[in-house]
Design a protein around this ligand. Sequence first.
Ligand code: SF4
Length: 318
Amino acid sequence: MALVGIARLAAQSELLEAKRTVQYFEIPARSILNRTRAGMPFQWTINPYRGCEFGCKYCFARYTHEFMEMDAREFEDKIYAKSAAAHLLKQELRRLAREDSIAIGTATDPYQPAERRFGRTRAILEVFARERGWHVGVTTKSDLILRDVELLREVARRNVLGVNLTITTLDERLARLMEPQAPRPALRLEAVRKLSEAGIAAGVFPNPVMPWITDGEAELDSLAKAAREAGARWFGGGPLFLMPSAQQVFLPFLDERFPKLAARYRKMFARSAYVGREYKEMLRKRVQAIRDKHGLASGPIEYRPEVGTEEQGTLFEM
Ligand code: SF4
């Protein structure tokens, strides 16, 4: 079958470097801003990379590799750095309204290891540092963001900036199982502390909250308390979203590590990628009570995975 569109571009992408089992490519991008669907808390997304080396077992963004006719399991092995990201952003911002919000890192981690080498996220922030009046959010699991503290301060001086550190659990062992290549939770909390000390508005997202694994009241409470003590201003809290591409990885992971939960998850996600209304409501109330207890807001940008819009933007096409 002939490959078309983004799948053809991926197949033709230049191999930049191979490290361990991870391969890095440069992929030509025709645009860097993607429009979200109506009702999202942010109107545009920027994902400087395709794929993510952190390889979280629950990652919903694996579907973006399927767009390239690739196996969802290659998401953490084949990383694509988008070319000319900063140049494209400068041009595309001219077409946006200032009141729109722009979220960086919704389908990839903008501070995954590839960023050390390719600097695409930094190049994007450099554009915002020269702009004025934009609403920008950055979401990451990595303390590599501290490399850019001065630049982030510059962005925040001229725009409205919020940084979200994703911390699903304080349990280092559990984090290592679920997020094998991501920085330890303690390092992420330390990043929150240093960002806050630098005057950058930061919060913690415990997302996705996983039923019977990370949704315990005491666990979420401890996490919120630690976040608050580190200087977080908000605490997210959205449930797991498990579309088929994510199930391919997450369900076998449960079979291996949490065999007693595997059947419950299969039942829960048999007909939909979303948790049921009852569970969602229970979690919403639980997280809200914890937020209130610790004086935390719900976040500058609520976490809601968007699916099917990335790379299918209504205004810009890859
Ligand atoms: S850090 Fe985010 S994008 Fe990367 S694998 Fe984990 S969930 Fe997916």
